[in-house]
Design a protein around this ligand. Sequence first.
Ligand code: SF4
Ligand code: SF4
Length: 137
Amino acid sequence: MTNNRAISSRKIESEALKQLEDISGVNVYACYQCGNCSSACPAVEFMDIPPHQVIRKVQLGFIDELIESETPWICAACITCTVKCPRGVDIAKVMEGLRQIVLRRDFEHINIREIDKKLREKLPQIALIGNFRKTIL
Ligand code: SF4
Ligand code: SF4
């Protein structure tokens, strides 16, 4: 296989998946589902989706399902999973990425690109800068 992002002949694309990749910088396609991350996670019994399944769902593009899950909020960011992964997948960063997507969705009431050009010229610069900091990586 030449493309390590392809888990089948079909390439998975979604805006949320792209956002998660941008935020976390993690190549989830390196995961081969050994389950070490879930075995080592001290909080797994409280999660509705265990860490290895989180990674699998990301691979399949089921980000919305993960965003509705409690798992990213149960995760204590202890990075045990990341340390135990034989494939170097930073699961803790993926969890953080999922939390960031939820937080940004809740607070992104303004899309700076949709503001009328004339109004944009009148707005205080600090308001625009504040928005750029929040919405641009
Ligand atoms: S430990 Fe790494 S390779 Fe194994 S299931 Fe978890 S993410 Fe995948
Ligand atoms: S970082 Fe989160 S998912 Fe990973 S082992 Fe710790 S609590 Fe579990």
